[in-house]
Ligand binder design. Sequence first.
Ligand code: PPE
Length: 312
Amino acid sequence: MLTPTEKIWHNGRFIRWQDATVHVLSHVVSYGSSVFEGIRCYSTAVGPAIFRLPEHVRRMLDSAKIYRMEIPYTAEQLGEAMLEVVRTNKMEACYVKPIAMRGYGDVGVNGAKNPIEVYIACWEWGKYLGEEALAQGVDVCVSSWNRMAPNTLPAMAKAGANYMNSQLIKMEAVANGYVEGIALDTAGYVSEGSGENIFVVRDGKIHTPPLGASVLPGITRDTILTLARDNGIPVIETLLPREMLYIADEVFFSGTAAEITPIRSIDRIVIGKGHRGPVTEQLQNEYFGVIAGSRPDRYGWLSPVYAAAAVK
Ligand code: PPE
């Protein structure tokens, strides 16, 4: 369950956690008109540091642009506000969630006249797919639900409404005894999990669906593509038929919340050796190494919360 922190940022000022409420007739409640981000702040050698802050801010502004939402703050202001939220709540490792939504005022589908409300909250969030998941791997299924068709709900936007589709995938998976579901796109190719991108390893090469397969352009996905290239592991963004999942040597999820989570079975078919594989483990070591400081932060992925010029 969610443990409250003290303050939430709302339109440029801090309010108490319990005061961060919206009117039931706000546009977002009926029509799902929100865009948001999920960002991890890690406890590092240089104190708490937000992982890939500028990239998350950029995606949030991209999501808003796709939906014609004008956010009245610059990328710099939003990034600084996120660092401020962590500082104000005196948090170490936490999950930061900025949300922009169409608020209360006008009625009807066209939300253009409703005010844009921006909130930023943070709280402590542990392991997304269970404590054992990172080491042991998870048991998942292919969902009977597809990811959104292109030109229906834009998959590149991290919008609240997309998570109705994610809920169908996740609830069905859990109801059938799985930890997570993998959705195919409407052409039948592998797309992504309800809240994660997916990677398939076979013969030492890493494959992941392209952006055209109705996937969110994950920041962790990009992190993995970058780390793999740096480590000389070939990476291919390509359409993946469902059966590639079953015959893979390794399959893993990536996401801010899920980090890098191995998948040990899909539809009760054992993947590879049935536990975390060597490529998955190598990428985990690279990823967590940057956070722990045992690997150089070559790309400036960490924005320290307590440094003056933290936001690039
Ligand atoms: N696909 C989807 C649908 C998705 O929701 C996420 C993030 C990703 C891919 C991975 O993107 P990124 O975090 O930038 O690597 N899902 C968030 C959790 C959703 C939730 O609120 O639950 C997350 O990982 O923070």
